[in-house]
Design a protein around this ligand. Structure first.
Ligand code: CMC
Length: 428
């Protein structure tokens, strides 16, 4: 017999079904609660609400476990190619060699962007934040492929849109950067791998030859994998909710880019470096900043610390911290910001305020330091996160469509005025 829980309201008892996941996660199914009782549940920020069942990513915040389709993040980050992980997340299994080669080829063949789109990109002011450009440009892709508007449910058409998105996002990202520094854009080159191609579009210049450094390529591959999915986070939930209205995939992904931009989500990686630089320039010592973060009357937070679901440690942060050391060593870079980050981590991890609230460094704490070492400018950090998160957004959207999920539409508890009569404007 399946498990239920009992809810008692006004001395009346209701049986609610219990749903269990494959890793023993448990939920109370309240989908019929309002119809049965007249009550809804209230959970601002969805801190305790399961919005969907999902077979893509598992994470256990208490134990610090993260896996994609059952594969531990540690193994994927160590051994896999980012495009292999894209395939895994989107299609559910690791590809065979044949499937992988075909997938890679399709993506390589779609990296170019319509020239009209380039003209459109040229029109942005040079000070435009690349996340603003990226979000707009991804949505604009839908206008170049108007058929995508009606093709959410044909597997072939969806696959083509997926290939276009994975192929074109690095081009758009690199072009947004080139635009911000007023340099001519570089076109994609098919001889390169996914990561090499992006680096070439970012750093090649007409004035000198550029060859992507394998250390940089490997580090980028790892970072993209670590960011590739994180179950029902703010941007993935946004993609799902926009997609649930049957908006096209480009529009849905563009909304994910916008959601990611905020400093409490993907924008934290930029905010971390800005914070560390500020601490360095200030020279007033770390305790000043630790105390500011603890002061409830001060809006300052330690960026890169804390996580909605990880209250012990973020497994991605562990891998990234080690990778940051490796990359800086291999590239022979000494970055005082890394030393400040390590000191800050040490102090915070031994402070009761942070310990008692389960606040540990998250994925964004050290990723910015690696991006800096790779030569990626601070304003591009969140764009890098978006490139990594793209397959996750696509997988979440695809699963939502396959499950035929209803349009997302939360309820509310109204706290405004009671009904009152309109009065003429001259009498107010
Ligand atoms: N610095 C100082 N205090 C903090 C911090 C922080 N970074 N994060 C949380 N707290 C405190 C918060 O003030 C609250 O204290 P109290 O219980 O006394 O009111 C308590 O810890 C719980 O915080 P919360 O805001 O209720 O927790 P949340 O789950 O709503 O927020 C968070 C999670 C990530 C938004 C938050 O920890 C934060 O703002 N961190 C800094 C921004 C950041 O690094 N974001 C990147 C997240 S990882 C990338 C991603 O996947 O998006």
């Amino acid at each position: 017999m399946s498990k239920t829980v009992q809810l008692i309201i006004d001395n009346k008892s209701y049986e609610l079904p219990v749903v269990e996941g494959s890793e023993n996660e448990k939920a109370i199914d309240i989908s019929k609660l309002r119809a049965q009782t007249g009550y809804i549940t209230l959970d601002t920020g969805y801190k305790n609400t399961g919005a969907t069942k999902s077979g893509i990513t598992f994470l256990d915040g208490e134990k610090g476990i993260l896996s994609y389709r059952g594969y531990p993040i540690e193994q994927l980050a160590e051994k896999a190619d980012f495009l292999e992980v894209c395939y895994l997340l989107i299609y559910g299994d690791l590809p065979s060699t044949k499937e992988f080669n075909a997938f890679k080829e399709n993506i390589t063949n779609h990296t170019l962007i319509h020239e009209d789109m380039r003209i459109f990109l040229d029109a942005y002011p040079t000070k435009a934040h690349p996340m603003g450009i990226l979000s707009a440009a991804v949505c604009t892709l839908s206008t170049f492929y108007p058929e995508s508007q009606k093709q959410n449910r044909s597997d072939e058409a969806v696959d083509l849109t997926i290939q276009r998105l994975l192929a074109k996002l690095p081009t758009l990202a690199a072009w947004a950067y080139k635009n911000s520094i007023g340099h001519p854009v570089n076109y994609p080159k098919n001889k390169y791998s996914y990561c090499e191609n992006f680096l070439n579009m970012m750093f090649a210049m007409p004035a000198f030859d550029y060859e992507p450094d394998p250390v940089v390529v490997n580090a980028l591959n790892k970072l993209l994998i670590l960011h590739a999915d994180h179950e029902q986070n703010c941007s993935a939930s946004t993609v799902r909710i926009v997609g649930s209205s049957q908006a096209n995939l480009y529009a849905s992904i563009s909304s994910g880019v916008s959601a990611l931009w905020g400093p409490l989500h993907g924008g934290a990686n930029q905010a971390v470096i800005e914070m560390l630089e500020k601490i360095m320039v200030d020279g007033g010592g770390l305790m000043k900043w630790i105390n500011k973060a603890k002061d409830k009357d001060d809006s300052f937070r330690l960026m890169g610390f804390g996580h909605r679901v990880y209250k012990n440690f973020d497994p991605r942060a562990k891998i990234i911290k080690k990778a940051a050391d490796d990359v800086l060593n291999k590239l022979g870079i000494v970055d005082p910001v890394l030393d400040i980050a390590k000191e800050l981590e040490e102090v915070a991890l031994n402070d009761d305020y942070f310990k008692s609230r389960g606040l540990y460094p998250n994925v964004d704490f050290y990723s910015g330091i690696i991006y800096r070492a790779l030569g990626i400018p601070t304003e591009m950090f969140t764009v890098m996160f978006a490139m990594g998160r793209l397959p996750g957004w696509i997988a979440q959207w695809k699963e939502m469509m396959a499950d035929n999920q209803p349009i997302g539409r939360p309820r509310q508890i109204y706290t405004g005025s009671k009904e009152r009569d309109y009065s003429d404007i001259h009498k107010r």
